[in-house]
Design a protein around this ligand. Structure first.
Ligand SMILES: [Zn+2]
Ligand SMILES: [Zn+2]
Length: 333
């Protein structure tokens, strides 16, 4: 299974301005001083392996969209944020017509549907686009965002065959060679998470969810839903203090809650997702570093507690890895 992140930002698309890009170039040239960088391969090696990520690349600013490749001819996509436009452009050459796209929507907030009017394959007449989700009003929401005065092109201009499928927690959906289950999440207007199992690999796409204090309790259904996943894509735009401070009840969670739940759910790779639009690349690098420090310390403290109680050397082993997802990142399992 391959997972391609097309949009990872939350709430609103962002883009670096000219001055921010210029600062990256200045930082890169400063770091290159005195290095032997004559050939293109030497330069590429330096940029890819030595230059800090925030100076040689960017986390990107498109809103949520993740393409999950299962080996099927049909396409499986999570959310239709502005990253969906990029996905549509990229596959233009390979998917001209006669293709089926399954687009699962977490919910109908604008950052998760705003890419749909710009999804080029939806305008091709021999394609099929099927929108899946847990909400009753998906069709209304998608039609309304393409009505005057908000948008010049109406929903009826889509040339493809469009349909809608509503799902309920407890359903097992089989398509694209995958088994998909659905969970309701705590978010204004409700959001839904999806567990996708294919070819012996499990990915959970779970965005826009506020996991409150009771998530620390022993019987929290979400932990069973994510259990044993190879990859957990988790909505974590906040620090712990933001999540219990001025951003409480905003419908999102923290990096600390992400690690805690990923540990309980025995997750292999935890991908922080739905980034704060106010965070620049430097902030994101720090956010990842703080999350990794917390993970390392929580491993040590579990080890101490357990050895203190039982004399054993067992320690917290999950999540095995934590990353900050970025636009353009592809992972293979
Ligand atoms: Zn969102
Ligand atoms: Zn939302």
């Amino acid at each position: 299974m391959k997972v391609h992140f097309k949009g990872t930002r939350g709430s609103i698309p962002i883009s670096p301005c000219a001055l921010e890009t210029r600062e990256k170039v200045v930082s890169a040239l400063m770091a290159a001083r005195g290095k032997d960088l004559r050939s293109e391969s030497q330069i590429r090696e330096f940029v890819e392996n030595q230059l800090p990520f925030q100076h040689g690349a960017s986390y990107g600013g498109n809103t949520p969209c993740v393409h999950i490749e299962t080996g099927s001819d049909d396409y499986l996509v999570m959310d239709g944020g502005s990253g969906l436009r990029v996905f549509g452009q990229e596959i233009k050459s390979e998917a001209v017509e006669g293709k089926t796209f399954h687009i699962f929507l977490s919910h109908l907030h604008y950052d998760h549907i705003q890419g749909i009017p710009f999804f080029a394959p939806a305008y091709e007449k021999n394609n099929k686009v099927i929108f899946h989700g847990g909400h009753d009003d998906i069709e209304d929401a998608l039609r309304n965002q393409m009505m005057p005065p908000f948008f010049p092109v109406g929903f009826e201009m889509f040339g493809s065959q469009i349909s809608f499928e509503k799902h309920t927690p407890g359903d097992l959906i089989e398509l694209c060679g995958a088994k998909i289950s659905i969970i309701e999440l705590d978010h204004p207007g409700t959001s839904y998470g999806y567990r996708i199992e294919a070819n012996g690999v499990t990915v959970v796409y779970s965005t826009d969810a506020e996991h409150r204090n009771h998530a620390h309790g022993s019987a929290y259904p979400y932990v069973d839903f994510i259990r044993g996943a190879d990859l957990l894509i988790f909505d974590a735009p906040y620090t712990h203090s933001q999540s219990i401070g001025n951003r409480e009840n905003w419908g999102h969670s923290s990096n600390i809650m992400a690690v805690e739940l990923a540990a309980k759910g025995e997750i292999e790779t935890l991908a922080l997702f739905h980034h704060d639009p106010a965070a620049n690349d430097e902030d994101m690098v720090n956010f990842l570093s703080h999350t990794k420090k917390f993970l390392e310390r929580s491993r040590l403290s579990v080890k101490e507690t357990k050895s203190g109680l039982s004399g054993s050397q067992s320690s917290r082993t999950h999540p095995g890895n934590v990353i900050v997802a970025y636009d353009g990142l592809s992972l293979e399992f």
